[in-house]
Design a protein around this ligand. Structure first.
Ligand SMILES: NC(=O)c1ccc[n+]([C@@H]2O[C@H](COP(=O)([O-])OP(=O)(O)OC[C@H]3O[C@@H](n4cnc5c(N)ncnc54)[C@H](O)[C@@H]3O)[C@@H](O)[C@H]2O)c1
Length: 267
C-alpha cells in the first residue's frame, strides 16, 4: 500500500520543477492529485502520464493570488475525489531586486504569489481538510526564509511564509491539520535555476557543505514525508533542504576564504 493511500492532494505550481516531482511521487504513493498552475499546457501532459501509469489526477488552471479560483479548486477536489487531505503551497516567483531597486509592482506581485497565495490556500483548504478527517499542509519557503537574500520581496515573502506556517500550525491543530515549511537551497532542474543569474548555481554548489545543488526529487521526498502519516507528530516545523548551507554555509565559506587568504590565492 502506498504511503499516501486514499489521500487527496492539491499541489500548486505543479507544471514543472519541484511541483511536478511531487505530483509523480505522490501519485506513485497512491494519492489522488489535483495539479494546478497558471496555465494548463504542461499540466495536461503530466496528468496523462500519471493516468497512464494507473494514477488518479486532474489539472486546473489556477492563479494562487485569486481567492475565487481557490474556492473553485476546493470544489473540484471535493467533487472529483471527495475531499482534501494534503495541500502543497509550492507555486512561487521572484523579483531579483534589492531594497534600493525595488519597484512596487514587483514587490506586490512577489508578496501576492509567495505569501498571499499560501494564505488563501490554507484559508480554503483547512476547513475542507477538517471535514475530510484531518490533513497536512506543506508550505514551500526557501533558504531565503532563513537568511538574508539579495531579493527584497522574495526574502520578505519567504520569511513571512515561515511565520504564517507556525501560526497556521497552532490555529489548525485542533482540526487535525498539521502545517510545516520546507526551505530548499539551490535546486537544479527548475525554471528558477534555469533563469538564475550567471554564476548563481555554481556559487550555490560551492557554498553548500555537500558541494552540489539539490534535485526536485530530493525536495519531493521530504514533502512526501510531511504529507504522509509518518510525520503525524510534526507540525509548525521548518526543514532545510539545502546541502547544509544554512547550518554551516557561512562557516564553510569563511574557512574557504581563510585558506585562500593564507595561501595568498586572494587578497
Ligand atoms: N529552484 C530553487 O532553487 C528554489 C529554491 C528555494 C525555494 N524554491 C521555491 O520552490 C517552489 C517551486 O519552485 P521550483 O523550484 O519548482 O521552480 P519552477 O519555476 O519550476 O516552479 C514554480 C511554478 O510556480 C508557478 N507559478 C508562478 N506564479 C504562479 C501563480 N500566481 N499561480 C500559480 N502558479 C504559479 C510557475 O508557473 C511554475 O510552474 C517556489 O515556491 C520557489 O520559491 C525554489
Amino acid at each position: 500500500m502506498g504511503r499516501l493511500h486514499e489521500k487527496v492532494a492539491i499541489i500548486t505550481g505543479a507544471a514543472g520543477g519541484q511541483g511536478a516531482a511531487e505530483a509523480r511521487l505522490f501519485s506513485r504513493e497512491g494519492a489522488s492529485v489535483v495539479l494546478t498552475d497558471l496555465a494548463r499546457d504542461g499540466l495536461n501532459d503530466l496528468v496523462s502520464e500519471l493516468r497512464q501509469a494507473g494514477g488518479r489526477a486532474i489539472a486546473a488552471r489556477h492563479d494562487v493570488t485569486d481567492e475565487a479560483q481557490w474556492v473553485d479548486v476546493m470544489r473540484l477536489a471535493e467533487s472529483e475525489f471527495g475531499g482534501v487531505n494534503v495541500l502543497v503551497n509550492n507555486a512561487g516567483t521572484i523579483s531579483r531586486q534589492g531594497i534600493a531597486d525595488t519597484a512596487l509592482d514587483a514587490w506586490y506581485r512577489t508578496i501576492d504569489v509567495n505569501l498571499t497565495g499560501p494564505l488563501l490556500g490554507m484559508k480554503w483548504a483547512a476547513p475542507v481538510m477538517r471535514r475530510s478527517g484531518g490533513g497536512s499542509i506543506i508550505n514551500v519557503s526557501s533558504t531565503a526564509g532563513l537568511t538574508a537574500h539579495n531579493d527584497a520581496a522574495y526574502c520578505a515573502s519567504k520569511w513571512g511564509l515561515r511565520g504564517l506556517t507556525k501560526t497556521a500550525a497552532v490555529e489548525f491543530a485542533e482540526w487535525g491539520v498539521r502545517v510545516n515549511s520546507i526551505h530548499p537551497g539551490v535546486i537544479g532542474g527548475t525554471t528558477f535555476s534555469r533563469n538564475s543569474a550567471p554564476g548563481h548555481a555554481e556559487a550555490g554548489r560551492r557554498a553548500a557543505p555537500l558541494q552540489r545543488e539539490g534535485a526536485p526529487d530530493e525536495c519531493a521526498n521530504v514533502v512526501l514525508f510531511l504529507a504522509s502519516d509518518e510525520s503525524s507528530y510534526v507540525t509548525g516545523a521548518e526543514i532545510a533542504i539545502d546541502g547544509g548551507y544554512t547550518a554551516g554555509g557561512t562557516l564553510w565559506m569563511r574557512s574557504k576564504l581563510r585558506d585562500a587568504l593564507a595561501a595568498g590565492e586572494i587578497v
